[in-house]
Design a binder for this molecule. Structure first.
Ligand code: NAD
Length: 371
């Protein structure tokens, strides 16, 4: 089969959907691979490296004319026009973007949105949300440390003792856990909050303190369990109790990293304007939920702003800042996904009974597939 790897055109997107490592595997499996010239440059992969792995280098039109297209983000309208009806497209296509999915369906594309894969053991190796969130959680801490005007670790020097930074992590999924681990390596003292009960043990096993927000009703306890490993919106009463506790912890914090998301919904507000006002001057917030509306109402998409003396970082898509590793891990996720839809004779076989395929296939045969 002919596999196309276009360059990503979305502003700020530095990743690429295949690396020389994965291309060698596609070529060994008797596929031919065409990479758009310069597709890997932002991730430090040269065209020569792709060629050495067995790929051809071509134009955007040639890459989009392949039978199977591997992308990071959904194609733009101009790119879609280059894709032939009947083509299979794999990428982080945003399953909640109904307009784009309808446009891809109308164009005759069979599209797989990898973010929609279920959180089951068999899907772990193709879990793009996890591979990218892990990178983003790490980078969030480095960005905070870079903006923070003090040390992270406790230091005893001849000129006096420096206190360790206090870091508060809001939302402890994949990104939050990596943020805890990274801040710990830098010597910070860490506290964390999440709605889901199993998180407490994970937080403590990384040497951080869990902020216990008690559940007062069976309904709260039930909603807190989430669905499919994801959080659900908590009742207002629980959110108010969490906010009161977080307000007190935020006053002590030097750095807050917020990662809390509810799939398909606006991110919950966890750090209010009142809380920011009460924080120490010079403290730092990294709002990793900024693209979903933000966990702090004062964060601004794509900007670092200073409000009430607090620096609030609203950089979106942090994984793109580690383009080489983000691409390497993403490309391996894609390779593992393709094992589900390509048989040993290098032919496409789309088994809609497969749980992962059924969840990720967002359109096929001209139809949008309802989930
Ligand atoms: P996410 O990015 O959707 O959300 C980040 C975190 O925010 C979650 O932990 C969520 O509970 C939390 N959150 C939501 N509302 C909150 C609130 N009001 N206050 C505090 N925190 C709040 O989550 P994710 O990183 O995608 O991970 C979701 C879960 O899935 C995790 O437990 C993860 O370990 C699990 N997971 C399982 C598998 C697997 O079994 N294959 C793979 C990956 C992830």
């Amino acid at each position: 089969m002919r596999i196309g790897i276009p360059a990503e055109s979305r502003p700020g997107e530095t990743r690429v959907a295949a690396t020389p490592e994965t291309i060698k595997k596609y070529v060994a499996a008797k596929h031919s691979v065409i990479v758009q010239a310069g597709a890997g440059i932002a991730a430090s992969i040269t065209d020569e490296a792709y060629q050495a792995a067995g790929a051809q280098i071509g134009t955007a039109a040639e890459a989009f004319a392949a039978e199977l297209i591997l992308k990071v983000r959904a194609p733009s309208a101009e790119e879609r026009a280059l894709i032939k009806s009947g083509t299979v497209l794999v990428g982080m296509l945003n399953p909640f973007d109904a307009e784009n999915i309808a446009a891809m369906a109308a164009h005759g594309i069979s599209a797989f949105a990898l973010e929609a894969a279920p959180r089951i053991t068999r899907a772990q190796s193709l879990d793009v949300l996890s591979s990218q969130a892990n990178i983003a959680g790490y980078k969030a801490v480095l960005m905070a440390a870079n903006t923070y005007q003090r040390f992270m670790p406790m230091l005893m020097t001849a000129a006096g003792t420096v206190k360790a930074a206090r870091v508060l992590i809001m939302g402890v999924g994949v990104a939050g856990l990596q943020a805890i681990a990274t801040a710990k390596r830098l010597g910070a003292v860490i506290e964390a909050s999440d709605v889901r009960p199993p998180v407490k043990e994970q937080v403590e096993s990384l040497g951080a303190k869990f902020i216990d927000v008690p559940y007062e009703t069976d309904e709260e306890r039930e909603i807190a369990k989430g669905a499919g490993g994801y959080a659900r919106s908590m009742p207002a009463a629980w959110m108010a109790r969490q906010a009161a506790l977080v307000h007190e912890r935020a006053k002590q914090a030097d750095i807050i990293i917020t990662t809390a998301l509810i799939p398909g919904r606006k991110a919950p507000i966890l750090i209010s304007e009142e809380t920011v006002k009460a924080m120490k001057p010079g403290s730092v917030i990294v709002d990793m939920a900024v693209e979903q509306g933000g966990n702090c109402p004062l964060s601004e998409l794509g900007k670092t702003v200073t409000k009430y003396g607090v620096h609030i970082i609203g950089e979106p898509n942090l994984a793109t800042l580690l383009a080489a590793d983000a691409s390497a891990l993403y490309a391996r996720n894609v390779l593992d996904f393709l094992k589900l839809i390509i048989d040993k004779d290098a032919a496409l076989v789309i088994n809609k009974e497969d749980e992962i395929i059924a969840a990720t296939l967002v359109c096929a045969g001209g139809e949008v597939l309802k989930k």
